[in-house]
Design a protein around this ligand. Structure first.
Ligand SMILES: [Zn+2]
Length: 117
């Protein structure tokens, strides 16, 4: 749900489900806390946002690095790549309702590259 993605991405700090609920009600007065939780979980699964405990409280925050990997063509391993693709920004600029992404780069990992030279 776009409203919820926007709320999580608007904040500069991690946000709790209750806070998302409070803000979502400004736009969608009839939204339920259950709907907020369901959508937050769906967005986490889609890799658009992240969740983590801050103290004892479960918080949500923007997560632009979810599914970017480099596949080494020598050893075949997949490495996470901190590639800063903002799916949220792409979504805003194109108006597309993106709910996940996968980006696989091909190349040679550092370990294999050092063996080749
Ligand atoms: Zn390799």
């Amino acid at each position: 749900m776009k409203v919820i993605v926007d709320i999580v991405y608007d904040g500069q700090s991690p946000i709790t489900a209750d806070q998302v609920y409070e803000r979502a009600r400004a736009t969608l007065p009839r939204i339920s806390l259950g709907t907020v939780y369901r959508n937050l979980n769906r967005l986490v699964q889609a890799g658009l946002i992240s969740e983590s405990k801050v103290g004892t409280v479960q918080c949500f925050f923007p997560h632009p690095y979810s599914n970017t990997h480099l596949e080494c063509r020598v050893c075949g391993h997949l490495f996470s790549v901190p590639y800063d693709l903002s799916v949220h920004q792409v979504s805003q600029e194109t108006g597309l309702a993106i709910d996940g992404y996968e980006l696989r780069l091909k190349g040679v990992c550092k370990g294999c590259a050092s063996k080749c030279t």
